[in-house]
Design a protein around this ligand. Structure first.
Ligand SMILES: Cc1cc2nc3c(=O)[nH]c(=O)nc-3n(C[C@H](O)[C@H](O)[C@H](O)COP(=O)(O)OP(=O)(O)OC[C@H]3O[C@@H](n4cnc5c(N)ncnc54)[C@H](O)[C@@H]3O)c2cc1C
Length: 395
């Protein structure tokens, strides 16, 4: 029997590649190796589950065995990949060596951990997987049935921090968000949009510590005591860190595969090693180059994965296919103020221009009528497809 297409990772990138490949090829063996159980879930649901009273078990949309059977995939769950021998095309895993015809790295990203002082610093949680969510959910619900008595400190007012703030405050928890910037979602939104979001979340009783970072977490007589860089002390019962993710490049790097902020892939999703491909949160896409930059960038969102999996499947099938990303705005799950953001590529010169409150365009520095991004809030989010089409037409 020929060696399989081997996929590492049972996240959206791994399973979607298997799904797209099976549309083109029903016979080539596929093996999927993953450190977790392999159940399929939509990761975006992790940050709006509390409001919907859904626990980890309810978030699984397809159990691992079902999806593996449907796609005719040999699944190796709870299996850690330890090394890749690109010369002999062999994967080394906790279940033994596995030869491959082609290898797909879909290893995702890891939460960034900021160094913290204090005797309770190790108890700070992050949520980037269903397993992480199960721990967070268990710890939070164990603090008592009355959410209004439970204080949650969220480090980071980025996309994930704001989504959790909305979800948990909406579910009745006392939420405080701490961020070094002076406004939420500072990296994605123009200032007036941040102001709108801050006001909407404040209406849900979210408290803010902006322009500050958490320095220490200690256990005290009143739960946890957080020491902040602005000299203040904050009491909380649980701390969620949402300060960002970093592509998981360790395995690729140790195997001699070229990495920067992610695993470098060309427009066909090839890495620097032959027969090895990558996509998803782990990848740094040449198809998403910033202006003036030699290499691409990471795109840790759902829509890029869907496009990348389709192109990768075609390449694995032998049809040379260059990945081209369309405009892919991100819907931010803050129901207090719905937001659709299509930020400009990093390094893009220009400025945000407010059309009306709720609609911003990122105008090019060279030609003000050329737009490289937009942000829509509230009822203006319904214009999302119109603006995507306008940008595509002008490109
Ligand atoms: C809370 C939250 C909300 C989000 N909301 C949105 C949203 O609304 N819209 C949007 O577009 N995006 C959103 N995202 C981002 C989106 O969910 C991710 O981009 C996407 O799920 C990443 O999928 P992935 O398959 O690349 O990585 P992952 O889901 O991280 O999967 C990686 C897989 O690799 C396995 N693995 C890693 N290393 C090894 C190893 N050495 N051996 C074996 N297995 C290994 C892991 O076990 C895992 O199965 C959100 C992310 C989070 C955390």
């Amino acid at each position: 029997m020929s060696h399989p297409v081997l996929i590492i990772g049972a996240g959206l990138a791994g399973w979607q590649t298997a799904r797209e490949f099976r549309k083109l090829d029903t016979t080539t063996p596929i093996t999927l190796v993953t450190a977790n159980a392999g159940d399929f879930y939509a990761k975006p649901t992790l940050s709006n589950a509390f409001g919907q009273k859904r626990g980890p078990a309810q978030l699984v949309t397809t159990p691992a065995a079902t999806i593996a059977q449907t796609l005719n995939v040999t699944l190796l769950p709870h299996t850690q990949v330890t090394a890749i021998d690109t010369a002999t095309q062999t994967l080394h895993t906790s279940a033994g060596p596995l030869p491959y015809r082609d290898l797909v790295l879909a290893t995702g990203a890891q939460p960034i951990r900021v160094p913290l002082q204090g005797d309770a610093a190790d108890g700070v949680l992050s949520v980037n997987s269903l397993d992480d969510f199960a721990v967070f959910h268990q710890r939070l619900t164990a603090l008592g049935e009355d959410a209004s008595q439970v204080r949650v400190a969220i480090m980071g007012a980025g996309l994930i921090g704001c989504e959790f703030a909305n979800d948990l405050a909406g579910a009745g928890y006392q939420v405080t968000v701490i961020d070094p910037y002076d406004r939420p979602l500072a990296a994605l939104l123009p200032p007036t949009a941040s102001t709108q979001l801050q006001a909407a979340l404040s209406e849900l009783a979210v408290q803010w510590q902006l322009g500050a970072t958490v320095q220490s977490v200690n256990a005290g007589s009143d739960g946890l005591s957080l020491g902040l860089s602005n000299g203040q002390t904050l009491s909380a019962d649980i701390v969620l860190s949402a300060v960002g993710l970093r592509a998981d490049t360790a395995l690729a790097q140790a195997s001699g595969i070229a990495v920067e902020r992610g695993i470098l892939v060309d427009k066909q999703l090839r890495t620097s090693a032959s027969h090895v491909w990558a996509l998803g949160d782990a990848a740094q896409y040449a198809s998403a180059a910033s202006p003036g930059a030699l290499t691409g960038r990471t795109l840790p969102y759902v829509m890029p994965i869907m496009a990348a999996a389709k192109a990768l499947a075609a390449n694995l099938h032998g049809t040379d296919t260059a990945l081209a990303f369309q405009a892919m705005p991100v819907a931010i799950k803050t129901p207090a103020l719905p937001i659709v953001a299509h930020p400009p590529a990093p390094g893009q010169l220009g400025q945000w221009v407010e059309q009306v409150l709720g609609e911003w365009w990122f105008a090019s520095a060279e030609a003000a009528d050329t737009h490289h991004g937009f942000v829509l809030t509230g009822s203006h989010t319904s214009k999302r497809m119109t603006l995507v089409k306008q940008m595509a037409a002008a490109a």
